[in-house]
Every structure is written in C-alpha cells, then in structure tokens.
Ligand binder design. Structure first.
Ligand code: ATP
Ligand code: MG
Length: 427
C-alpha cells in the first residue's frame, strides 16, 4: 500500500494507547482536585482567532498553521494551541460575566506545521488548563502548582520549573526599547530571522535557539530592571507563593512568550531527559488576550503540557503507567458445536461486568483450534478460562480453570459467575 500517514503525524497503537489513557486519567483526577472543569472544544476555529489571539508575529501564526478555506469560502485553522479557543468559548458563553471567574481544562490534538523530530510532531496532544477572571498572583501560583502536581502524580523525575516575567503594556515599551538598542548594536551576530524580529517583536530574539543568537541574548538587558511597580510586586508574590509551597524554581530572563497580550508570569517545566525538545509544559499569564480578540478585559493564566513528551519521559524514566488492561476471563470453545454456547456465556459475563475475551472467528474462516485458543488464553493475562466442549454442552456445564493455580472444576452454566467470584474473594 502506498498510502501512509502524513509526515510528522503518528498513530498511537495499543502498546502505547493504554499509557495515554493512564496519563489522561491522572490528569482528569488532578484537574478535578484543583477545581478545574473539563470542556471539549472544536479542533478548528476561525483563522482570525489565532492571528489575533496568538499573534501575527509569532512562529505559530507566521509559519506553522494549518489554514484552509472551507467549502463555504471561510478561512478556518486547525487549532495550534488551546488557550485562544478556551477564552473564545468562555466569552461566547458568558462564563466570566459580572466578575465571575472560571477554571477550565481540556485535552486533545493540536496542529503545527513544524519540522518533525523526536518529541516534535505536526499533530500532537496537549492537556491544557486555564484560569480566567483572576488577575492576582495566587492564580499564577495555583496554575504552576497544578501542572507540577500532575507531573508529580505521574512520577516524573528531574523536572525543573523555569520562571520569568514579561511585564505588561506599561513597562514593556521601555524594555522593548532597551532590547532594540542592545540587539541593534550586536546586529552583525544575529541570524536573519532575528534581524527580522528586531522591529516587529524584539522579545522573540531572546527565544532564538541558535547558539550565536543565544550567546548575544544571554548578555541582553534583563527584564527585571524594567518592570513597573505592579509587575515587580506581582512577580515577587508569585515567587514567594511558590517558595511557600516548597517549589524550587530557576529564573530565566530569556524565557518569553513573545506577544503583547502575554503579561507578567511566563514559565516552563523542563525535563532533563528529553534532549532538545525539553519542555513538558509551558504557560503563563495573558491579561490582554481577551481584548485582542475583541472581548472585554479578562485576565487569565494557564498552561499546556505535551502528552507525547510526557509519555516519552515516563517511558525513559521507567515510571509506572498502572496496569495494562487485560481480560479477566477467556472463553474457549473446544469444538465447533460449542461455539454458540461459548458466545452466549461470553456475552453474559461481559454484561455482568467482566472483561472477557473470546475467539470471535467462526467455522467459515478464522476460528482457531482448541490448542491455539488455550495458548492465547494463557498469554492473555486472564486469571480464568472457561471451556465449553461437547460434554459440557450436553450437560449444560462449563469447565472453569483457575490460571493461577491450574485447578479446574466443572460447574453448571449458571454457577460460573459464583465460582469465579468466590475463588477471587478467597484470595
Ligand atoms: P517548544 O519550545 O518545544 O517548541 P512551545 O513553546 O512551542 O514548545 P507551547 O506552545 O508552550 O510549546 O506548548 C506547550 C507544550 O506542548 C510544550 O511544552 C510541549 O510539551 C508540547 N508541544 C509543543 N509543540 C509540540 C510539538 N510540535 N510536538 C509535540 N509536543 C509539542
Ligand atoms: Mg514551538
């Protein structure tokens, strides 16, 4: 077959998908424990939501969006991130009117046309939490604590919280000018992209991953001397709040989230075990995002974590994913004649809540021999095998084999559940 999955996307097959389910379970429980309610949002939105809400000068909007005209001639975009959609939904449904706040989370696929590498895909899955309507530093600390708690419960090790402030529209112009002056004086050492960024978005130069630009950015003026009084005290309170909760963090003046509507807190959680794609989550405050998409003033702070990378780090670190789901019971038909009865037993046990496997082939094709069925029952991890042969069929009974002890008893069909339950509760 010539048709393959498009470049940069991947299939999450059964060997991996149960691990994802575990990560999502732990996430859902932790979100609920922190008071965040789940929402399901569309995976495509009007393009304008992102060009205005993420920002025209970001890499995402400039280079990475999957944008197309639908059949009605409207420009739509596969979501590259979840925050803009979340704010859009909160505004559209009035979740934050009259000073109300909303704590929301979602998960699902995001789409960015990036250069595929390990831990970097064109479709990837994020978990995302947003706290809307609360301007104070307590919300920032809660968001950081929430993301860290998810990772703690997942058993991730060697994580580092990296923190910065990007100021606000009051203090940003002064800092911006200081950066423009500094980077202009070092212009000959910068890459093409950064020279382009100088006018439009000089903060992004701080973020450049190229070594030469990085060395110049390391010596750039730090934001801290430029923050206004309110941003300084907000930043101090975030730091104090994190310390109060026992978090260790590192300050990184080069950590920026770029745009005018990102304000104050910016943070990432990095894993030492991820190589170049080392961020498991990123987040921060965006008090001006709502206004940039045409809404009222609505402060917000949130984070997004990459599930692909989280699973990858967990695998590398040998973290537990709980138990892979396996059948409790395998039902085996010893003869062709017993197949009907074995299907009925399977169906009944499943309706009673047991996880049951059977050979779903039939005589026309696929049905496997008794030996083959027993072999796969043995390898399935099931604690019980129910066997129906000609004798059992004739007497309306079932041979129930305990795979842990090897014991086998023949019981009336109606007694199968009780036999399994009694033995299980005796263990
Ligand atoms: P990076 O610096 O790695 O490109 P980013 O700043 O673009 O990350 P965010 O937009 O903050 O990432 O997204 C939050 C998280 O989503 C990241 O920390 C990462 O775990 C994950 N992520 C982002 N882009 C991808 C991708 N292309 N493939 C897989 N995971 C990704
Ligand atoms: Mg990126």
């Amino acid at each position: 077959m010539d048709i393959r999955a498009p470049r940069g996307v991947r299939d999450i097959l059964p060997d991996e998908s149960w691990k994802w389910a575990y990560v999502l379970d732990v996430t859902a429980k932790t979100m609920a424990d922190f008071g965040y309610a789940e929402v399901h949002l569309p995976v495509f939105e009007q393009t304008e939501l992102f060009s205005r809400g993420v920002g025209d000068t970001t890499d995402i909007v400039e280079k990475e969006m999957y944008t197309f005209l639908d059949r009605g001639g409207r420009s739509v975009t596969l979501r590259p991130e979840a925050t803009a959609g979340m704010v859009r939904a909160a505004l559209e449904h009035g979740l934050c009117v009259h000073g109300a706040s909303a704590k929301l989370w979602c998960q699902g696929p995001m789409f960015r046309y990036e250069r595929p590498q390990k831990g970097r895909y064109r479709q990837f899955c994020q978990l995302d939490a947003e706290c809307l309507g609360l301007p104070g530093p307590v919300a920032d600390v809660e968001i950081i604590a929430l993301s860290a708690e998810i990772f703690r419960r997942l058993g991730l090790k060697n994580l580092e919280v990296v923190l910065n402030s990007v100021g606000c529209p009051n203090c940003r112009p002064g800092y911006r000018q200081a950066l423009v002056d500094y980077f202009t004086s070092k212009k000959e050492g910068l890459c093409e992209t950064c020279i382009g960024r100088l006018d439009r978005n000089p903060l992004r130069v701080l973020d450049c991953k190229l070594p030469d630009c990085g060395a110049i950015a390391d010596a750039a003026p730090a934001v801290y001397e430029h923050l206004c009084g309110e941003c300084t005290s907000h930043f101090e309170e975030v730091k104090a709040g994190l310390t109060r909760l026992g978090f260790v963090y590192k300050l990184d003046k080069r950590l920026v989230r770029g745009l005018d509507y990102y304000t104050r807190t910016a943070y990432e959680i990095l894993s030492g075990d991820l190589g170049a794609q080392n961020a498991v989550c990123g987040g921060g405050r965006y008090d001006n995002l709502s206004e940039s998409i045409g809404g009222p003033h609505l402060p917000g702070v949130g984070f997004a974590g990459g599930i692909d990378r989280i699973v990858m780090v967990m695998e590398q670190q040998g973290a537990s994913f709980g138990e892979r789901p396996q059948p409790a019971v395998c039902v085996v038909a010893q003869s062709e004649a017993a197949r009907g009865a074995s299907q009925v037993l399977t169906h009944r046990l499943r309706r009673e809540g047991f996880a049951v496997e059977q050979d779903a082939g039939d005589s026309s094709r696929w049905a496997r021999s008794f030996r083959a069925q027993m072999k796969s029952a043995g390898g399935s991890g099931a604690a019980w095998v129910c066997i129906i042969g000609d004798e059992e069929l004739a007497s309306g009974s079932v041979a129930v084999k305990n795979m842990n002890t090897g014991d086998q008893v023949v019981v009336p069909d109606a007694e199968v559940t009780r036999t399994i339950q009694t033995a299980t509760s005796e263990v």
